[in-house]
Design a protein around this ligand. Structure first.
Ligand code: F6P
Length: 341
């Protein structure tokens, strides 16, 4: 059996380990693996080449993806899905493993519905995919963000400053909440549960009164401050300090805090730094297991599924699960927000 494998969407620690796991299991079962380069772009352009275990043996700890990735979406191209199907045929692929987030798995689902033999592996640092307890790469991103928040807290304490740290997470606040809470941040703002800029100001004023000279506030990239209730407005109903177009959440909050409280404040956007790092031990182990399980599903003829982390194990669940979103739930939020102070 010839199995194709591709990575789609933003890169994430553990992608190379997934490929390593898939190639190992495939070769052990007598199958071969073809690397599709740059996600769905590689299937549209037939950019593919055979890979072996020895190509990936040493890459278990490498960040990024040796296969390359892209945000190319065949569903947005005229006859894109048909071209992909034709190329699956002409490359002689008997199965395809698509490693990606909801966008990539959405294409995988459509291909599967069209009769292609597809298996998904859910991937996103954001951890916002349903059907899997966690997505690989998430805990590595959390570890990295936590270390950087701690380091910002240290310099903040030295200078008696308020440090605002913005952390990736397009729609969900998982990384911010976990990393911020693990680093002992004084408050974390996430898109799922609204906390106003005025709540931040209130907390900082209280801390100032209590003689605390330094604070750390973590804000998720996905938080929207537009038209937030409670922000002071002028007589024309404009926010007194408006968020400038394209301005980061961190820089907006820092400006607001300095203006309202006089506290010296610095803003940092962690951005892609938490994404390109080397996978931690958990992500390495789960990634090689996920890759191997996906290849085993292909060998066993179990298609239209995605391999998901459930508890300490891996299960095959319907591919459609990977296209649903998972947001921070109330119980998790409540259990961690009690530490905001
Ligand atoms: O892959 C998820 C993610 O890292 C989000 O957290 C972030 O909003 C987005 O990707 C950034 O995408 P890009 O790398 O295309 O700028």
């Amino acid at each position: 059996m010839k199995i194709g494998i591709l990575n789609g969407g933003g890169d994430c620690a553990g992608l190379n380990a997934v490929t390593r796991g898939a190639v190992r299991a495939a070769e052990d079962a007598g199958d071969s693996v073809v690397a599709i380069r740059r996600g769905w772009a590689g299937l549209l352009e037939k950019d593919a080449s055979p890979i072996t275990y020895s190509d990936f043996e040493m890459l278990i700890g490498e960040g990024g993806t040796a296969l390359g990735t892209s945000r190319t979406n065949p569903l947005k191209r005229e006859h894109g899905l048909e071209v992909v199907s034709q190329n699956i045929r002409s490359l002689g692929l008997d199965a395809l493993i698509a490693v990606g987030g909801d966008d990539t798995l959405g294409v995988a689902r459509e291909l599967s519905l069209a009769g292609e033999k597809v298996i998904g592996v859910p991937k996103t640092i954001d951890n916002d995919l349903a059907g899997t307890d966690y997505s690989f790469g998430f805990f590595t991103a959390v570890d990295e963000a936590m270390r950087m928040i701690e380091s910002l807290a240290t310099t903040g304490r030295s200078h008696s400053r308020t440090m605002i740290v913005e952390v990736m997470g397009r729609d969900a606040g998982w990384i911010s909440l976990y990393a911020g809470s693990a680093a002992g941040a004084n408050m974390v703002l996430i898109p799922e549960f609204r906390t106003g800029a005025d709540d931040v100001i209130k907390l900082l004023e209280e801390r100032k009164k209590a003689g605390k000279r330094s604070s750390v506030i973590v804000v998720a990239e996905g938080v929207s401050f537009v038209q937030r209730e409670g922000v002071e407005k002028d007589e024309f109903d404009h926010e007194l300090i408006a968020k400038a177009p394209g301005e980061s959440n961190a820089s907006y909050l820092a400006r607001l805090i300095e203006e309202r409280t006089g506290l010296e404040t610095r803003a940092t956007v962690l951005g892609h730094t938490i994404r390109g790092t080397r996978p931690n031990a958990y992500d390495r182990i789960m990634s090689i297991r996920l890759g191997a399980r996906a290849a085993a599903a292909a060998h066993g003829g179990r298609f239209g599924v995605m391999v998901a982390i459930r508890g300490a194990g891996i299960e095959e669940v319907p591919l459609t699960e990977g296209t649903k979103k998972k947001f921070v739930d109330e119980e998790t939020w409540k259990s961690l927000r009690i530490f905001f102070s």
